[in-house]
Ligand binder design. Structure first.
Ligand code: NAI
Ligand code: OAA
Length: 271
């Protein structure tokens, strides 16, 4: 049985732990950690079968095969290299951290040296399978258009820096247009998906991102348009926001669960 340690006991972390606890994911939840210990204790109290220890990552690495990160981009810098040094596989949700090319290179090299896998789930988007296939030949353009209700963008560094009053937005408004590299720094908790798209397709500088605040919406919408030697496609997902964190779509939690389920499944569908 796969021994899992998890860092980040928020919305996505809680969904993953519940899925291990109820047997949806075949694995043992050995340890959990959150910099806010109350969040870890609260999550622990919801589990029925699993009895993970609440311990710091350095300690949990001695007991696990796979570290799940569902915390923040900061946590990727702080903990993922250490996990790979300890020969643990990792699954990362805060993929935006990889707009830092140096970090990405370090993690890729460490994974190779230590014979580890780094899993980056599709998260809140659909169409990564098609993009992956398409990238076996030339891709001409990739554009992500993300629309969220204004409260789903609250607290982003870009919003704060530009003093954008989200309460005053009363119609569909484009608030950001730029490269994926710029987007994941400006909205680190909103468009990690732009990073996953960039790593699968044509990179952070060539992938274009548009972010729209739309008060008429109750869902988080991600549209991806791709043109390449294969032809072209557009995907659109209308995501239910997670009740405990409107920035994160419920599909992101489900994607994390599906990635972990796949690890123990002899049949692997999709590209
Ligand atoms: N790849 C994707 O498609 C998606 C990625 N995300 C990202 O996944 C991550 C988790 O999302 P949610 O569960 O919705 O967030 P959340 O805010 O509900 O929970 C995050 C938890 O991690 C803890 N945390 C943050 N930094 C930490 C650190 N350095 N060390 C220990 N604990 C730390 C926080 O205290 C909090 O309890 C976020 O970075 C989010 O931006 C979210 C949605 C989609
Ligand atoms: O959950 C979503 O809709 C997307 C998201 O927050 C992210 O990619 O960081």
């Amino acid at each position: 049985m796969l021994n899992i340690g998890l860092i980040g006991c928020g919305t996505i972390g809680a969904s993953i732990c519940k899925a291990i606890d109820d047997g949806t994911i075949e694995a043992e939840l050995v340890a959990i950690y959150d910099r806010n210990l109350n969040d870890a204790d609260k999550l622990l109290s919801t589990l029925k079968r699993s009895k993970p220890q609440v311990i710091e990552v350095a300690e949990m690495l001695k007991k696990i095969d796979l570290l799940v990160e569902c915390a923040s981009q900061e946590a990727v810098y702080e903990l993922i290299p250490t996990a790979l040094h300890a020969h643990c596989d990792v699954m990362i949700m805060s993929v935006g951290a990889f707009s830092d090319e140096k970090l990405f290179k370090t993690i890729k090299e460490l994974a190779k040296e230590n014979k580890c896998k780094v899993y980056l789930p599709s998260g809140a988007i659909v169409g990564l399978d098609g993009l992956k296939s398409a990238s076996s030949d030339e891709i001409y353009s990739v554009t992500l258009t993300t629309q969220k209700p204004p409260r789903g963008l609250a607290g982003a560094p870009y919003i704060i820096r530009n003093k954008i009053d989200l309460d005053k937005i009363n119609g569909k408004t484009v608030i950001f247009e730029g490269t994926a590299s710029e987007a994941v720094k400006a909205f680190p908790a909103n468009v990690n998906v732009a990073a996953t798209i960039s790593l699968t397709g044509i990179g952070f500088e060539k992938t274009k991102v548009k972010i729209v605040a739309n008060p008429a919406l109750t869902r988080n919408i991600h549209e991806i348009s791709v043109e390449g030697a294969f032809g072209e496609f557009t995907t659109k997902v209308e995501n239910v926001p997670s009740p405990t964190n409107p920035k994160s779509s419920y599909l992101a939690s489900l994607s994390a669960i599906a990635t972990l389920k796949k690890l123990s499944d002899p049949i692997q569908t999709g590209t």
